[in-house]
Design a protein around this ligand. Structure first.
Ligand SMILES: [Zn+2]
Length: 248
């Protein structure tokens, strides 16, 4: 039995047996971890309200031999997502971020970058940032960290530097130069390409405070969705719900 104590962000909880919860959480050093919080569903639980999705916590747990599910010993709340949940779009965006990270984060491996992405984007939602800006940022960066965002600098076919306008070729799964672009290549508007560049080099807080227009971000999101679906073979479960809320 190896005790661990680490910062973590709760991704999901499920009721387990009569009084317990199964908790999936993300840690910087051990990636995604699954653990039982015994007694967490009973009235007088020592875990309090700290096992809520996207709560940032300090968590103590014990790894058990030959068991991939750990035993959670203690949870101390660092930051609750509760204030953001008062706003429908922020609340749905938060669930979507949790699903995105849950889908792409691995178990057992260090996950410092994706942890930091989830931490900063959640913090931005709490600070009242535009959910559309935060979600577009998180989608592009998740693809980048998973290694499935094609280059924005070099042609996906011949590796020549890309100019403007950016051209997207679905068959080549990426951005291509004028020489490699087929006739049906999609020309990306310059403000959409500029938004992608800005997301790559700017912290989420600055993107959220920027003047990037909603229709530009919808274009960025639809490109991100193409690469994500292509990789996963399906769309995320909360994608449609989020789209409905963001359009409203
Ligand atoms: Zn080329």
């Amino acid at each position: 039995m190896r005790p661990q104590r680490t910062e973590a962000i709760i991704l999901h909880t499920f009721p387990a047996r009569e009084r317990d919860k199964l908790v999936v959480f993300l840690t910087p050093d051990h990636g995604k971890v699954k653990g039982y919080a015994y007694g967490a569903r009973s009235m007088r639980t020592r875990f309090g309200a700290s096992l809520e999705p996207l709560a940032k916590v300090r968590i103590g747990y014990v790894e058990r031999e030959n068991d991939e599910v750990v035993r959670i010993e203690s949870v101390d709340l660092i930051r609750s997502l509760f204030p953001a949940q008062q706003n429908l779009a922020a609340s749905v965006a938060a669930s979507y971020l949790a699903e995105t990270v849950d889908t792409f984060a691995q178990s057992g491996d260090p996950a410092e970058l994706i942890y930091r992405l989830l931490d900063r984007t959640t913090e931005a939602l709490l600070a009242g940032a535009s959910p559309l800006h935060v979600v577009a940022y998180a989608e592009v960066w998740t693809l980048r960290l998973a290694g499935i965002l094609p280059s924005l600098r070099n042609c996906n076919v011949c590796d020549e530097p890309l100019g403007r306008p950016l051209r997207f070729d679905a068959h080549a799964h990426g951005f291509v130069c004028p020489n490699c672009a087929p006739v049906d290549a999609q020309v990306i508007a310059n403000d959409v390409a500029a938004a992608l560049d800005a997301i790559m080099r700017t912290p989420v807080g600055e993107i959220a405070a920027s003047e990037i227009a909603a229709d530009v971000l919808f274009e960025v999101r639809s490109l991100a969705a193409f690469f994500r679906r292509n990789f996963l073979g399906h769309e995320l479960k909360s994608y449609e719900i989020l789209s409905g809320v963001l359009r409203a």
